[in-house]
Design a protein around this ligand. Structure first.
Ligand code: PLP
Length: 388
């Protein structure tokens, strides 16, 4: 294949070598973690070591980590009216979400449609805390689900402030930290989260493994999604994905150790990419630029651009970017995130997401900018009615 540059890390990150190695080693362990013999105990050791590693990444206790098949499943598990605590056993009647949540949260988990309320965001895509306070005041015992950073814009949400509001109303806060973990600080206690979702494949682990993490052991899930054997302390039946979990743990160790250095590396490159982009196209709009964003994400457009066409044009130049949300890449759908920010349809149709990672290089940024220069020239010729 000709030289290519990958700028779609928010869709998924490449497997870290340490995770690949842990996965390979775990695949050679034949035991089932539920078996009592030596082979079973060896497999159990792998899952429990990974539980400690994943817990350490977010400052939790290993006993509060529940492995799932994905971030999506962890979100689905968290969003249940039947989450009880030592002091509150009544069902949670309402689910409050920000208007920019990932589809796996927007779907509402086990809540009925009419029990779900959306909270507005401002023009930069940040949660409106006053609107949250108002919604919480009229919704007793709410479950509130907020993302720590948005997957399209990268905008970081005021989660700790939101937690204080939610807790005054005896609410519980679930935080979807899938895009944030490994890129910005993500400590479950500092965030004030009661529940936290993360996913292995965004931090250099394999696809198809996630975790739901609780802040305290008195938080119980009365309504498991998968019943059967007693795996994951009765919360998720089914023989564990031992190799995937072991690799998740290994990725968590590296993500924790290298977070600050990787974030600084990504931020420097992302800033030079944005400077170059705006030097080529002074009219380029970078969504959420007025807010704190993840160090690796740029969502941008110029008037008249169509995202699908741009993604294909970039691809032909050897650059992988995406249009709108990662999980709906390939589908032509207006972004609910940009709509919630009040962006008008001509601009939402052209939003292209560029997301960097720990192995992105300055040469790749240069390659991106060369491709953009070509594309921007073609666009402006088209606008002036000149055949390219
Ligand atoms: N939450 C957010 C914010 C995401 O960006 C994604 C995936 O892109 C998910 C949840 C779902 O995670 P998974 O792909 O592991 O199902």
């Amino acid at each position: 294949m000709a030289e290519r540059s990958y700028f779609d890390w928010n869709a998924t990150a490449p497997l870290r070598p340490q995770a690949a190695e842990a996965q390979r080693e775990a695949l050679s362990v034949p035991g089932n973690p539920s078996s009592v013999h030596a082979e079973g105990r060896a497999a159990r050791r792998l899952t429990e070591r990974a539980r400690e590693q994943v817990a350490a990444l977010v400052g939790a206790r290993s006993g509060d980590v529940f492995f799932t098949s994905s971030g999506t499943e962890a979100n689905m598990l968290a969003l249940s009216p039947a989450i009880v605590t030592a002091t509150e056993k009544r069902p949670r009647p309402r689910l409050l979400l920000s208007a920019i949540e990932h589809v796996s949260v927007r779907a509402g988990g086990r809540f009925s449609h009419d029990a779900i309320e959306e909270i507005a965001v401002d023009a930069d895509g940040r949660l409106d805390l006053a609107a949250l306070a108002q919604a919480v005041a009229t919704s007793p015992l709410p479950l509130v689900s907020l993302m720590l950073a948005n997957n399209e814009t990268g905008v970081v949400q005021p989660v700790a402030d939101a937690a204080a509001i939610v807790h005054t109303a005896c609410g519980l806060l679930h935080v979807d930290a899938v895009q944030a973990v490994g890129r910005i600080a993500c400590d479950i206690a500092a965030l004030g989260a009661d529940l936290l979702t993360i996913s292995a494949h965004k931090i250099g682990g394999p696809k198809g493994v996630g975790a739901l993490i609780r802040a305290r052991e008195d938080i119980h899930f009365a309504d498991p999604l998968i019943r059967g054997g007693g795996q994951e302390r009765g919360l998720r039946a089914g023989t564990e994905n031992v190799a995937g979990i072991a690799a998740f743990g290994a990725a968590a160790v590296v993500a924790q150790r290298q977070r600050q250095a990787e974030a600084a590396h990504m931020l420097a490159l992302r800033n030079s990419l944005e400077t170059g982009l705006q030097a080529i196209s002074p009219r380029a709009v970078i969504f959420g630029a007025g807010a704190e964003r993840l160090p690796n994400t740029t969502l941008f457009t110029v008037e008249g651009m169509k995202a699908e066409t741009a993604v294909i044009a970039f691809d032909l130049e050897g650059i992988a970017v995406s249009s709108g949300a990662a999980c709906s890449s390939g589908k032509v759908q207006p972004s609910h995130v940009l709509a919630a920010m009040g962006v008008s349809p001509p601009l939402t149709r052209g939003a292209v997401r560029v997301s960097l990672g720990w192995s992105t290089t300055a040469a790749e940024v240069e390659m991106f900018l060369n491709a953009w220069r070509k594309l921007a020239t073609a666009l402006s010729k088209e606008e002036r009615g000149i055949a390219a």
